[in-house]
Each structure stands twice: as C-alpha cells, then as structure tokens.
Design a protein. Structure first.
Lengths: 328, 251
C-alpha cells in the first residue's frame, strides 16, 4: 500500500515539475500560448516550446531517472550505497565513446548507442579488474572507477584538442561534458528513450535476484542466483541506462548516488520497489535541477552538473563518513 | 576429495557422506578446514580432486537454482547496510523458485510464513534487519535457509551470536525440524559440548584431514581431544555422555 502511495506521489510530482518546467523559461510565454504551442501553433513561441523546452524537459527526466535507476542497480550488486554510474567509471566510458562518435561525425541518434557501448565496455572492465583478487568489493570497483575516469578524461581532452570537427563546437561540447541536458533532436530523444526502456525492463525482471546479493555474492549463489549471468545482465542494464543518460546530458554526478540511497529510508531496500521509485525520483530531481540551471542566471545557463554537484557532494560526504566501516 | 585455495591445500582426501535426517557436527581446531569443507559441500569451491555428489549426481554439473532447492547454506556474514525487513530476508530463501519474471508463487508465501513461525520471528517480521540484535539477525538468516526447503542444511557456527540457553534452544529446534522433515544437517560447531548434545554424528577435522567420524560418545574421549586440540582440555563423564572442560587456568 505504502509502495503504491509513494510511487503515485512520485509520479504526480514528476508530472507537475515537468509541466512547470515547460511553462517556465528565459523567454516568458503565457500558459495559454504554451497549450496552443503544444497543440501545434506555428509562431516562434510554438517552436521554442516544441523544439526546445519540451524535449529538454523530457530529456532531463530521462537522464535523472536513468542515472538513479542505474545507481540503485550498482548499489544493489555491491551491497553498498557508495556506488553509481559516475563513481564506477561507467559514465566516463560512455562519455569517451560518445566523444569518439561525435569526432567521427556520427549522426545525433547514433550517439546514445555509442555511449551505451562505451558504458558497457567500462563497466565490464571495472568489474573484471575488481574480481581479480577474489569477490567483488566496493573498494576495488571504486578504485577501478577512479582510474578509468581519469584515463577516459585524458583521452577525451586529447580528442577535443585534436579534432577539427569538435574544435568548431568546443563550447557546446564542453558544456555537455560538464553535465548539461542538450537534446539535439526528437530522434535522439526517441533512441535514448528506447535504450532506457530496455534497461529498465531488464532491471525490473532481475530485481528480486538483486535482493539476494544482500549478504554478498557467495550467499547469492547458495540462494540460487547464477552469479555470472545475473551480474552480467544487471551490468548490461546499468550500461543501457547510463549510456542513454550520458548521451543526453554528459557527466552528471550524484543523482545516481543520492536518490536511491535516500529512497531506501522511505520505501525500503527491495529492488522491485527501489528501481521504479528511483527512476521517478531521479527524473523529478533532474527536471528541477535543470529548471534551476536554465533560470538561476538567465539568460545565461549553468551546467546542470554544477547544481547536482552542489547539492550531491555534501550528501556524499555524509554518506561516506557514516558508512566508513562498510567501505571495504 | 581434496580442496585448495590457490597453491594452499586445505583439505586432503576427505571422504564424507551424509544421509537424510542425519545431524552431523564438524569439529576441530582453528584452521583445520571446517569452513572449507562446508564450502566444498555447498559447491562454492570446486574440489581439486574428487567430487561432491548429491543422489549420485556431481553437484558441479547442477545449475545454481536447482542446487539451491536441495542445499541451503546459512552464511557467516549477515551484515547488510540496506534496510530489508525480516520478512524480505526470509523471502530471499525462495530466490531459486522465482519464475522467469522474478515473481513469487503462493507456495513461496506459505514457506516464508512457515519459516517465520518456526523461528518465532512473527513479532519481528516487519522490522528492519539492520536494527535487530546479532542473535535476532542470526535467527532471520536461519529462517531464510529454512524457507529454501532444502534436503541438506549447511551451517557454519549457527549459534555464534546466541547466549548458551538460546544456543541449545536453537539447535534443539533445528534438530527436531530435521527429524520431522527428514532433511540432513551438517554444522560446523566450535563448542564440543554443544556439538555432542546436538549431533548424532561427530566428524573431527585436523590439518585438513578427517581424523575421527562417529557417534559423539565414541569420538569424545580424552585421547582424541588431547591428540586433536592439545593438552589443556579435560574430558569428564556426565551420566551417559562426556563433557569437555578447560583445565584450570593458573597465572
């Protein structure tokens, strides 16, 4: 009952925040005009709403939802709330692949697919490294994530500087890298939505089996979980979700870390509830953060990553201090 | 069978068989390989030589989900940072029986409630496991293993967090359930007296080998205890059984 209530409240809040975010912007447009724009009026305001604000708000919701759901999955596998796509290097891998795709001149709808492949490669690499010395621990995964993030960052810088194609759009690309929702087209949004739907579906099918990781991998195995298959599938879902998020918004930190952790106190740890709730709450957080990014210093824009970092970093510190004895 | 961690051989030529309904205590000094033997039996470590067979089928060939319906393991680690409720933890025992979509059946719900009732966890069922005492958590994890409705229950120090009276009570309850339902119990126990009170058979491990295996009365002699654990333990007769006492400590 409580779960249904929380999920409905989150869905309602997400819908309301999305409506507000479509109504508010650096160009003020009257609500009646917004409605007629959505219905297809042809003036400038119609274009702003249909081609700029609406896809951006939907993109923000998709990004936040994916990051938070991916965070819930990674935390579940590692049985530790200190994991998310950002700190495990998954986002960095996705960014590198996306930058390579853009540098090679790939069309916008290809970018989410490239980002997914990059995320997949990164997450598999980090897990392989983490398993070398025995069971996977959060410490080894985070260390692998740190190494991979710096390495991918260096490669990204190298590509940005040396690619003529990117040099022309350096400002836009840098803005995206720092975490900024930049939905280029409805097609890109559509491709990302399909990728996210796939990731969410896998995650929901595996949710009960992720619960079995609560006492570690060995106990999950004795409870009947095929570790190799399940871990690979969950990591695949994580890669789908983070790849789509990175393609739309670059490196956005802390949403994936903070949202699932906070939700556990409200609806408990069971992943069948946590994953969908994280998706809704992450979407809500990101729509609000992106609205802030667009309006706080309007007409200029803050990278949304700066806002999530500002709110998320202190939270992460508190988390780190409180759960220190469980890090290893 | 023989088992090793890397180059370090921990179990040597251990032959060991359990029948359904049997209650076996594995005892031995620290580092004798007791936990390793349990992990080999659980299929968590593949033996270097030999095999573990369940009804004449090597468990190495059995998929994990099928194995989990036959062999339940009570883990030594039951710390979790996540606020699962006791009922959710017990329900983890049904993981192997989830359908393709991860859904539980009516049978699963019945098994979970039965395990909760058997370990008297009813009043705690909706409580968060990370807020319980060590002993309560241990009971929840035992209930999780019971909910697996397996034919073999493997336990590693199942009473480590309980006081002496609760230790006895817990083992008595487990022994009765094993008798009623015909499942076998193999349990590592440090406390020799608890082991002899609980088990119908005692297997003594020393330096990776099974050195004695039989009824507790036959195994727990002064000679065996001194040979395996060294001097400092006295075996006394108490009615028809033996008890082991630490010799007086002089400083």
């Amino acid at each position: 009952m409580r779960t249904t209530l929380v999920l409905s409240l989150l869905a309602a809040a997400l819908a309301l925040s999305a409506i507000a975010a479509v109504l508010i912007g650096s160009v003020s447009i009257a609500p009646t005009e917004v409605v007629s724009a959505l219905l297809g009026s042809g003036n400038v305001n119609g274009t702003i709403i249909r081609e700029l604000r609406l896809p951006r708000v939907l993109g923000a919701a998709l990004v936040g939802g994916s990051l938070a759901a991916a965070g819930a999955l990674l935390q579940g596998l590692l049985r530790n709330p200190l994991a998310d796509p950002f700190v495990t290097g998954t986002s960095a891998g996705a960014t590198l692949a996306a930058v390579i795709a853009i540098a090679l001149g790939a069309a916008a709808p290809i970018v989410p697919v490239a980002a997914f492949l990059g995320a997949l490669a990164a997450v598999i690499l980090v897990w392989r490294l983490a398993r070398l010395g025995g069971p996977t621990t959060v410490l080894t995964v985070l260390l692998g994530g740190v190494v991979l993030t710096s390495f991918a960052g260096a490669l990204v810088t190298f590509i940005l500087v040396s690619s003529d194609r990117l040099a022309l759009r350096l400002r836009a690309v840098l803005g995206w890298l720092q975490g900024g929702v930049s939905v280029i087209s409805w097609q890109e949004l559509g491709v990302a939505a399909v990728v996210v739907a796939g990731g969410l579906m896998i995650a929901l099918l595996l949710a009960r089996r992720i619960d079995a990781y609560a006492f570690g991998e060995e106990t999950a195995a004795t409870l009947g979980v095929d570790l190799d298959r399940t871990t690979t599938a969950v990591l695949g879902a994580t890669a789908l979700l983070s790849g789509a998020a990175v393609a739309l918004a670059g490196l956005v930190g802390f949403v994936g870390l903070v949202v699932p952790h906070a939700l556990r106190f409200i609806i408990g740890a069971s992943h069948g509830r946590l994953v969908p709730a994280s998706f809704l709450a992450g979407g809500l957080a990101m729509v609000v953060a992106d609205l802030g990014a667009r309006t706080i210093i309007a007409p200029a824009e803050l990278p949304v990553g700066a806002i999530t970092g500002l709110v998320g970093a202190p939270f992460f510190l508190v988390l780190l201090v409180r759960s220190r004895r469980f890090v290893v | 069978m023989t088992a090793a961690y890397g180059p370090h051989v921990v179990l040597r030529d251990c032959g060991f068989a359990v029948r359904s309904g049997e209650v076996v205590a594995i005892v031995g000094p620290n580092g004798a390989g007791k936990s390793t033997l349990l992990r080999v039996l659980a299929g968590l470590i593949r033996p270097l030589a030999g095999a573990v067979r369940l009804d004449d089928v090597s468990i190495a060939a059995v998929p994990r989900a099928r194995l989990a319906r036959r062999i339940a393991v009570v883990p030594q680690i039951f710390d979790t940072l996540f606020p699962f409720t006791v009922r959710e933890i017990v329900a983890l025992g049904r993981t192997a029986r989830l359908d393709l979509f991860g859904r539980a059946s009516a049978d699963d719900a019945v098994a979970v409630e039965r395990a909760i009732a058997e370990l008297e966890l009813g009043p705690l069922a909706s409580r968060r496991i990370d807020r319980l005492s060590g002993g309560e958590r241990q009971r929840a994890v035992l209930a999780m293993a019971l909910a697996q409705e397996a034919d073999v229950l493997l336990l590693d120090e199942p009473t480590a967090h309980l006081d002496p009276a609760h230790q006895r009570g817990m083992l008595e309850r487990l022994g009765r359930l094993a008798h009623e339902r015909g499942f076998a119990i193999v349990s590592v126990l440090h406390d020799l007296n608890l082991a002899s009170a609980f088990a119908s058979r005692m297997t003594v491990l020393a330096e990776g080998r099974i050195v004695h295996d039989g009824h507790p009365r036959a195994v727990l002699s002064q000679e065996v205890v001194t040979a395996v654990f060294g001097p400092g333990l006295r075996v006394l007769a108490d009615g028809d059984r033996q008890v082991v006492l630490p010799a007086a400590i002089r400083t």
